[in-house]
Design a protein around this ligand. Structure first.
Ligand code: G
Ligand code: G
Ligand code: NA
Ligand code: MN
Length: 254
C-alpha cells in the first residue's frame, strides 16, 4: 500500500522518467527504432524497477494515468528529436500498452490528443501490446487495433511466443511487427532457437517485420540475423538509456 501511495505521489511530483532502448539494424549497426521504458527514482525507496511498479500500477488502475504520461512524454521527446533532424533513419518510437489501457474507453481520444499536441506524425509512433493481453479479449482488441491502424499508428506484438495466439487470429490482426520474446533468443542454442526460427519464418511469410529481443551475445545476434531477422533489441547493442545518451548516439549516426 505504501508503494501505491508513493507511486501516485511520484507521478504528480514528476519523479518518473523514460529510458529508451535502441532497436538496431544488425547489418548497418544503425538505430532503426527506440522503445520507451518507464523508470522511477523514488527519493524514499531508491530506483524502483518497472517489474515492481508496473504490475502495481496495473492492479490499482494507476496504469491509466501513468500510461498517458508515458505516451505523452515519449511523443514529446520523439517530436523534439525529429525537429532536431535526428530521426532520419528511425522508423518509430515504441510505447507499451498494458491490459488495463486497452480497456480504457478514452484511449483513442487520448492518443489523438497527444499526437496533435506534440505534432508527432502518427507513423512514427508504434504501440506494443503483449501477445497475452491481445488474446485475453480478442474481439474487443481486433476493433481497437483497427482504430489504431486507421489513425496511422504502427502496431507490434510484444513477447511473441509466450502467449497462445491462434495463427488464424494473427492474420486478422492489423499488425506490423512481431517481437520475439527474449526467453527464446537467449536459449537460441536450445529449444528456444527452434521457436525463434519458427517465429521469424512466420513473420516473413505473413509480411510482418520482426525484432529479436534480449540478445546479449554476438552468438545470439548472429543466430537471429542468419535466420532472417534484421533488427535486434538487446543489451549486446545497448541497454535502455536516458534521452540525453540517445541524443548523442543519434547525433553520431549510430
Ligand atoms: O524496462 P524493463 O527494463 O525492466 O521493463 C520491465 C517490464 O516493465 C517490461 O515488461 C516492460 O514491458 C514493462 N514496462 C516498462 N515501461 C513500461 C510502460 O511504460 N508501460 C507498460 N505498460 N509497461 C512498461
Ligand atoms: O516491454 P518489454 O517486456 O519487451 O520490455 C523490454 C524489457 O526487456 C525491459 O525490461 C528491458 O530492460 C529488457 N531487456 C532488453 N534487452 C535485454 C537483454 O539483452 N537482456 C535482458 N536480460 N533484458 C533485456
Ligand atoms: Na515492450
Ligand atoms: Mn518484450
Amino acid at each position: 500500500m505504501r508503494m501505491e501511495a508513493e507511486l501516485r505521489r511520484a507521478l504528480q511530483a514528476g519523479e518518473l522518467h523514460l529510458h529508451y532502448q535502441p532497436q538496431v539494424d544488425v547489418a548497418t549497426r544503425r538505430i532503426v527504432g527506440l522503445e520507451a521504458l518507464a523508470r522511477w527514482d523514488c527519493p524514499g525507496l531508491g530506483a524502483v524497477p518497472p517489474s515492481e511498479f508496473i504490475p502495481l500500477a496495473e492492479e490499482s488502475g494507476m496504469i491509466v494515468p501513468l500510461g498517458r504520461w508515458v505516451l505523452e512524454a515519449a511523443c514529446r521527446q520523439a517530436a523534439a528529436w525529429r525537429a532536431a533532424g535526428l530521426l532520419a533513419g528511425v522508423d518509430h518510437i515504441a510505447v507499451n500498452l498494458s491490459a488495463r489501457q486497452t480497456k480504457d474507453e478514452g484511449l483513442m481520444d487520448e492518443i489523438r490528443r497527444v499526437l496533435a499536441a506534440t505534432g508527432l506524425p502518427p507513423q512514427l509512433l508504434e504501440l506494443e501490446i503483449t501477445e497475452g493481453v491481445l488474446m485475453e479479449n480478442v474481439h474487443a482488441n481486433i476493433a481497437l487495433l483497427h482504430q489504431i491502424q486507421q489513425a496511422g499508428i504502427h502496431l507490434s506484438i510484444d513477447d511473441f511466443g509466450t502467449g497462445y495466439s491462434s495463427l488464424s487470429y494473427l492474420k486478422r490482426f492489423p499488425i506490423d511487427q512481431l517481437k520475439i520474446d527474449r526467453s527464446f533468443v537467449q536459449d537460441c542454442e536450445g529449444q528456444g532457437g527452434a521457436i525463434a526460427l519458427a517465429v521469424i519464418a512466420l513473420a516473413r511469410s505473413l509480411g510482418l517485420r520482426v525484432v529479436a529481443e534480449g540478445a546479449e551475445t554476438a552468438a545470439q545476434v548472429e543466430f537471429v540475423a542468419r535466420a532472417g531477422c534484421a533488427v535486434v533489441q538487446g543489451f549486446y547493442f545497448a541497454r535502455p538509456l536516458p534521452a540525453g545518451e540517445i541524443t548523442l548516439l543519434l547525433q553520431r549516426g549510430r
